[in-house]
Ligand binder design. Structure first.
Ligand code: NDP
Length: 278
C-alpha cells in the first residue's frame, strides 16, 4: 500500500506537526466491523483515523493499520480521553490504556473528549495531557467540544493552547463565534459529524450545487469544510460512500456557492450540548 497519497493536503499545527485534512471517523462503527471498514478506508487512501476510548473500537483500529501493512508513521491516529477519565492521574492512565488497546507506542493526537463542566476537572486533565505530550506518548494535544470559556480557562491557567478543538460543525450548525475564537488562538477547527449524520444531504440548496458540479450533496458539504480550512473525518460503513467521501479534490466551490451554504446555518445541534453533557 502506498505510504502517503498525494491528494490529501495537510494542515499545519501550532506545535510544528501536520495533520491530514481529510480522515476517517469510526464513531458508531461496531467493533466486529471496524477492522474491515477501517482497512477499506486505508485501501481507499485515507491516512487519518479518528477513534476514541468511548467508541470501543481502538483495538480494531490498531489491527486494521497493521493488516494494511502500513508503517506506523504513515497513518495519523487520534484518540480521546473520555468523561470518566478526567483528573490528572486518571487521564494519564487512560492514554496508557488506549495505547495498549491500539498496540501502539504513541498516538498523533490525544483529545479531551468533552469538557464536563459539572465535574470541573478539565484544567487538571489538560495539565496531564501536557505531560503526556512531553513524555512522547502523543505528538500533539487538543480538546473536543470546548466552548469559548473552556478554551480561555485552560489557556489562562496553563499557558498552553490546544492545537485543535474538535466540535460539531456542519451547514446547519456553523459556529461562527467559536471559529473566530479558534482563529484568534491559532487553534485548528476539526468538524465532527461533518455531514450532520446525513441530515443536511437533502437540502435543496446543497442538491442544486451538487448537480451543477456533477457530484453528490455529501461531496459538496465535505468540499465546503475543506475550503473553510476545517479538518474532517466523515464516517461510513458503506464501501461506495467511503470512496465517495474521499473523492472531493476534483472540483472547487465558487465564492457564491460558499456564501449560499453559509446562509443555511440554523444553529441546530444534532449532538449533546457541551455545557451540560457528561
Ligand atoms: P457524519 O456526519 O460523518 O455522518 C455519518 C453518517 O452519514 C452515517 O450514518 C453514514 O452512513 C452516513 N453517510 C456517510 N457518508 C455519506 C454519504 N456520502 N452519503 C450519504 N450518507 C453518508 O457523522 P459522525 O457522527 O459519524 O461524525 C464523523 C466522525 O466525527 C465520527 O466518526 C467521529 O470520529 C467524530 N465525532 C466526534 C464527536 C466528538 O464528540 N468529538 C462526536 C461525534 C462524532 P453509513 O455508515 O451507513 O454509510
Amino acid at each position: 500500500m502506498a505510504s502517503t497519497p498525494s491528494t490529501v493536503p495537510t494542515v499545519q499545527l501550532r506545535d510544528g506537526e501536520q495533520i491530514p485534512q481529510l480522515g476517517f471517523g469510526v464513531f458508531q462503527v461496531p467493533p466486529e466491523e471496524t477492522v474491515e471498514v477501517t482497512l477499506r478506508a486505508l485501501e481507499t487512501g485515507y491516512r487519518h483515523i479518528d477513534t476514541a476510548k468511548a467508541y470501543n473500537n481502538e483495538a480494531e483500529v490498531g489491527q486494521a493499520v497493521r493488516a494494511a501493512g502500513l508503517a506506523r508513521e504513515d497513518v495519523y491516529i487520534t484518540t480521546k480521553c473520555f468523561n470518566d477519565d478526567h483528573g490528572h492521574d486518571q487521564a494519564k492512565r487512560a492514554l496508557h490504556a488506549s495505547l495498549e488497546r491500539l498496540e501502539m507506542s504513541h498516538v498523533d493526537l490525544y483529545l479531551i473528549h468533552w469538557p464536563v463542566p459539572s465535574k470541573d476537572r478539565y484544567v487538571e486533565t489538560w495539565k496531564a495531557l501536557v505531560e503526556l505530550q512531553q513524555e512522547g506518548l502523543t505528538r500533539s494535544i487538543g480538546v473536543s467540544n470546548f466552548q469559548q470559556a473552556h478554551l480561555e480557562r485552560i489557556v489562562a491557567e496553563t499557558g498552553v493552547a490546544p492545537v485543535v478543538n474538535q466540535i460539531e460543525l456542519h451547514p446547519y450548525l456553523q459556529q461562527p463565534g467559536l471559529r473566530r475564537e479558534h482563529a484568534d488562538l491559532n487553534v485548528v477547527t476539526e468538524a465532527w459529524s461533518p455531514l450532520a449524520q446525513g441530515a443536511v444531504l437533502d437540502d435543496p440548496a446543497l442538491v442544486e450545487i451538487a448537480e451543477r458540479h456533477g457530484v453528490t450533496a455529501g461531496q459538496v458539504v465535505l468540499r465546503w469544510h475543506l475550503q473553510l480550512g476545517n479538518v474532517v473525518f466523515p464516517k461510513s460503513v458503506t464501501p461506495s460512500r467511503i470512496a465517495e467521501n474521499f473523492d472531493v479534490f476534483g472540483f472547487t466551490l465558487t465564492g457564491d456557492e460558499v456564501s449560499a451554504i453559509e446562509a443555511l446555518d440554523r444553529g441546530e445541534r444534532i449532538g449533546p450540548d457541551p455545557d451540560t453533557f457528561g
